[in-house]
Structure formats: structure tokens, C-alpha cells
Design a protein around this ligand. Structure first.
Ligand SMILES: Cc1cc2nc3c(=O)[nH]c(=O)nc-3n(C[C@H](O)[C@H](O)[C@H](O)COP(=O)(O)OP(=O)(O)OC[C@H]3O[C@@H](n4cnc5c(N)ncnc54)[C@H](O)[C@@H]3O)c2cc1C
Length: 522
């Protein structure tokens, strides 16, 4: 996945079957599907792959217990099936996780126990394990730091967990393996139309060279998530907005707040949502919130109120109270929810996906959904896009399509497990150049070899690409990531042929960005 070669292919003057704009979960899933069907597909991402919402999720591959509470059985069944397919197709990136719902009221264990039995049943052949009642002692054994005052017992159920940005990179690699052209730092700045007013391509800007160029396609797919209305306005300046953006935030703590291998699920917070505390790599992720926002920022920042709410809720369930000083990183993402009508709340809006085709221009917009249901969204989208573009209909093969790096035994690679079958290549790099085997900074696991690999094989172009998404250093520890920035910039500069001024600018830009991930006042 070399950017220069991809860019040259993008500009070679051919007319693509499909042009996908946006390289988050949605766009990348579409690129994989279309390429696997044998269509000529190109994807242009304005920033880095998964720079938007797709690197800022709770990192669960789940049916959504909350949607069951809302009675949305069809959505839950769809997501449970997709959960099973994703674990099968990307076993190096998706694994099972036990969730404990602690009970402090007499009615909670029977109530949630029955609900979670229904959840098991809806999974059918895609089940991850049966839910079960836990005694008070069982809960303490699973969650040694659980608040024991008033604890009566609990329920255990199973869902999936993954590394969102890494899955995005592996979708990009899968699409590229199958002949798709995928390019980052290449936003669509205008749409091209034919004499009849139909969208027939886009004007793209190569942000590295500053050059813009036209790419033609039989159908153009707007997969820009929370930014979808912006692209729709390039098509029609008076397009009414369809996205109801909602911010969700998380904090990251040390593992001693939640030792063991089980997550906590709080089914009903004060604002009526669910809250998770989840072991993730060597850290714990706690969240999330749901706050309607008016604008969509490229780098959303958690508010103090969101962080206070997460800390308050967590501290009710944990013996050791966490405070601002314990926060390793805090991050926010914007849900691309599709509007259901009037009303200001977003917690009740559908998490199902929507596909809209503009009747005049034929621009296809796909938004909503979840990371978990990306494959299904892509299948529906490519089915429609193929009709729109008058392409020969071809069946969708992605239910049984192993993703790049597929390795059912990846855990043997330890910290390199998420790279799957690429892990031995990274180990070879470390063996050939032992200085690359050392961690960039002592507080973080990422090594120089990961930086070099990210640059050579995963299209990383900046310090942010490496520290935020190729390795998850920024989320593991924002301050340590700032300390690692100069070493990353040096390695990238050597790989990309950049000078010292570029290195300095990269370090300064990343330092400013990472400040938004630090706890308030720290
Ligand atoms: C707080 C939170 C927690 C979540 N947790 C989960 C979870 O645990 N499990 C789950 O299944 N789902 C979860 N989700 C949902 C999931 O993360 C999203 O549904 C999914 O990531 C949306 O992906 P997307 O590709 O549509 O949008 P994005 O990831 O935002 O991608 C859109 C991309 O388009 C690019 N773009 C914008 N304009 C242009 C342009 N003009 N040209 C080119 N590119 C452009 C952007 O840079 C961006 O990268 C969560 C969401 C949030 C907010």
C-alpha cells in the first residue's frame, strides 16, 4: 500500500466503476466489498484512514444490549450475526470478552439475566458463549476492584472486542490486496457532473503536493460519516442536513483500576445510557456519553462535563476512585446518526444505516450504522451502487472473506498480535536492525520497527498517523505519546526523505494535537 503508486493509479485517466469518498469504517468496508466483487474501485480519504469516528469508538464488536432494551430486535440480530462473521474473518483483531453486569438491587439479576438470555438466543449459531448468573463472590472474583457495598451478585455475558483503527488499516490493506486503489490525504473538494447533471466523478486535492485533479467514475459514494452533509452540499448547496451529530467520549485509565479479564457493563446510567469499563490492551477504557453537537470538528475534544460524568459513574462501581490525575488519555468521537425528525436528543436515534440517492445527481450517501455492521452496510451499498452505475450484478463474497493478516493463532505474537500474519515481518525488521526493536519511550510498547512498517506498508505519513492509529500510543498515554513524537518524526523523515524542518513541524503539530487528549488542567 504505497501512496505514490496509489496516487499514480488514481490519476491514470480511467473511469472507475465506483469512487468512494471517505476512508473510515464505512468507506473502507465498501472498497473491500466492491474490490472483492471485481469492480474497479477507488477510495479517497481527506485525512488519514480512520482519522474520524472510526478510531474513536468504544472498540466493541457487539449486538448492542442497549438496542435490545429499546426493543430493536432486528438491529440486534443483524449486529450479532455480523459480530460472528467479523470474528471469523478477522480473528487476529476481534476476540471474545466477558462482561459482568453487577447487581445492587434485588430485581436486577433476574431482570438483566432474562434480557441477556434473549441476547444469547438472538445470536443463534453466531453465539460467543452463554450468559450466566453470578453470585456476589463470583462477581468479586471476576472484578476484584468492584464496589462491594450492597453488591448482591450479577450476570455474565459475552461480546466481542477489537482495535478499531487497526481494523480500518486492515480493511484498507484487504481492499488494496484485491486491486482497489486507496489513498489518504486526498479530500474531494468538488463533484464533477455530466451534461445531464449526474455526478460522474470528483475533484481531489493531493494535500502533500497541493495539486488537484479529476477522477471519473460511474457512481460516486459519499461515505464521509459525520461529514456527509458537507459533501452533499458540494452536490446541492441547499441540501437539507440529514446527519444529527452526537459526541461520545471515553477516558483511559491504568489496568489496576480493572485488573482481570472481564469488563463491567452498567446498563442504566443517570442519563439513561449504558456505560462500559473495558480492559483494552494494557489499559482500561471507560465510557461513553451521548451529547448532541451542532458542528462536526475534525479533532473533537471531550468536555469537562463529559469527563466528570464518566468519572462519577465509574467511581460508583469501583473501590478505588479515579480522578483527573489518573487519566492517561481522553478522547471523543462523533456519531454519524441519521435524523429521524424533530427533537434534540440523540440517544434514541437509530444506529441502523441509511442509504440515500439524490434523485437529480445520483450521488449515493451512506451513513449511520456501527463498526460492527460495516460489512452488511457495504453489501447493501454496493448492491445499490452497482445498479446505479449499470454494472454487471455480482454476488457479495464478504461473508467468507478473510481480512488481511487473518491468523486464528495470532495471540502467539504477543504485543504484535493485531498485525496477524504480518507480525513475522515486523519481527524480521527488528532482528535485522536491533535498534528498531527498542520501545520508542519506556512508557509505551510501540517500537521503531512499527514506525518503519507503518510508513513502508500501511501508508502512515505523519507522526499523528503512527502514534494515534497505526500504534494506539496516543490513547494509551497522551503525555508519553508527546514524548515519543521526536523519535517517530526522525524515523519517518528518514523513510520519506524529509528534512529537519519537516521533523520539527511534525513534532509541534502532534504536541498540540495530543494536548487535546490530556485530562483537563493536567
Ligand atoms: C463514542 C462512540 C463509540 C462507538 N462505539 C462503537 C462500538 O463500540 N462498536 C461499534 O460497532 N460501533 C461503535 N460506534 C460507531 C462507529 O464508530 C461508527 O458507526 C463508524 O466508525 C462510522 O464510520 P464512518 O466511516 O461512517 O465515519 P468516519 O469514521 O468518521 O469516516 C468518515 C471519513 O470521511 C472523511 N472525509 C470527510 N470529508 C471528506 C472529503 N471531502 N473527502 C474525503 N474524505 C472525507 C473523514 O476524514 C473521515 O475519515 C461508536 C461511535 C462513537 C462516536
Amino acid at each position: 500500500m504505497k501512496r505514490g503508486l496509489m496516487l499514480a493509479a488514481l490519476e491514470d485517466g480511467r473511469t472507475w466503476d465506483l469512487l468512494v469518498i471517505g476512508g473510515g469504517a464505512t468507506g473502507l468496508g465498501i472498497a473491500v466489498d466492491a474490490a472483492a466483487r471485481g469492480y474497479a474501485v477507488a477510495l479517497a480519504e481527506g485525512e488519514d484512514f480512520a482519522k474520524g469516528t472510526s478510531s474513536r469508538s468504544t472498540k466493541l464488536v457487539h449486538g448492542g444490549v442497549r438496542y435490545l432494551q429499546q426493543g430493536n430486535v432486528a438491529l440486534v440480530m443483524d449486529a450479532l450475526r455480523e459480530r460472528g462473521l467479523l470474528r471469523r474473518n478477522a480473528p487476529h483483531l476481534v476476540h471474545d470478552l466477558a462482561f459482568v453486569v453487577p447487581s445492587y438491587e434485588w430485581w436486577e439479576s433476574p431482570f438483566y439475566g432474562i434480557g441477556l438470555k434473549v441476547y444469547d438466543l438472538l445470536a443463534g449459531e453466531y453465539g460467543f458463549g452463554s450468559s450466566s448468573h453470578l453470585s456476589e463472590e463470583d462477581v468479586r472474583a471476576a472484578i476484584p476492584t468492584i464496589e462491594t457495598e450492597g453488591l448482591r451478585g450479577g450476570t455474565r455475558y459475552f461480546d466481542g472486542q477489537f482495535d478499531d483503527a487497526r481494523l480500518a488499516i486492515h480493511l484498507a490493506l484487504t481492499a488494496a490486496d484485491r486491486g482497489a486503489v486507496v489513498v489518504n490525504y486526498c479530500p474531494a473538494v468538488a463533484l464533477e457532473k455530466d451534461g445531464a447533471g449526474r455526478v460522474c466523478g470528483a475533484r481531489l486535492l493531493d494535500r502533500e503536493s497541493g495539486r488537484d485533479f479529476t477522477v471519473r467514475a460511474r457512481a460516486v459514494i459519499n461515505a464521509t460519516g459525520p461529514f456527509a452533509d458537507g459533501l452533499r452540499r458540494l452536490d446541492r448547496p441547499d441540501a437539507a442536513p440529514v446527519i444529527a451529530p452526537s459526541q461520545g467520549s471515553h477516558i483511559v485509565l491504568d489496568r489496576d483500576f480493572l485488573p482481570g479479564n472481564s469488563a463491567i457493563m452498567v446498563p442504566h446510567t443517570d442519563d439513561g445510557r449504558v456505560m462500559f469499563a473495558i480492559p483494552w490492551h494494557h489499559r482500561v477504557i471507560v465510557g461513553t456519553t451521548d451529547v448532541p453537537v451542532s458542528g462536526v470538528a475534525a479533532e473533537p475534544v471531550p468536555t469537562r462535563a463529559e469527563i466528570d460524568f464518566i468519572l462519577d459513574t465509574a467511581n460508583r462501581y469501583l473501590t478505588r476512585d479515579a480522578g483527573y490525575a489518573d487519566i492517561r488519555a481522553a478522547f471523543a468521537g462523533i456519531r454519524p446518526l441519521v435524523k429521524a425528525g424533530e427533537g434534540s436528543g440523540t440517544a434514541g436515534l437509530s444506529r441502523d444505516h441509511s442509504i440515500l440517492i439524490d434523485p437529480h445527481s445520483g450521488l449515493l450517501t451512506v451513513a449511520g450504522g456501527k463498526w460492527t455492521t460495516t460489512r452488511h452496510m457495504a453489501e447493501d451499498t454496493v448492491d445499490l451502487a452497482a445498479t446505479l452505475a449499470a454494472l454487471p450484478q455480482r454476488p457479495c463474497p464478504t461473508r467468507d472473506l478473510p481480512l488481511h493478516g487473518h491468523d486464528p493463532d495470532a495471540r502467539r505474537h504477543g504485543r504484535l498480535a493485531p498485525y496477524g500474519s504480518d507480525a513475522p515481518e515486523l519481527l524480521r525488521l527488528e532482528a535485522e536492525q536491533p535498534e528498531l526493536a527498542r520501545p520508542l519511550v519506556p512508557q509505551l510498547p510501540a517500537t521503531g520497527a512499527e514506525v518503519v512498517w507503518a510508513c513502508r506498508c500501511e501508508m502512515a505519513r505523519s507522526v499523528d498517523d503512527v502514534l494515534a492509529r497505526r500504534t494506539r500510543s496516543l490513547l494509551f498515554d497522551a503525555r508519553a505519546a508527546q514524548a515519543a513524537a521526536p523519535a517517530v518524526a526522525r524515523l519517518l523523515a528518514a523513510e520519506l526523505g524529509r528534512d529537519a524542518a519537516w521533523e520539527d513541524a511534525q513534532v509541534a503539530a502532534f504536541s498540540a494535537l495530543a494536548a487535546g487528549y490530556l485530562a483537563p488542567g493536567s
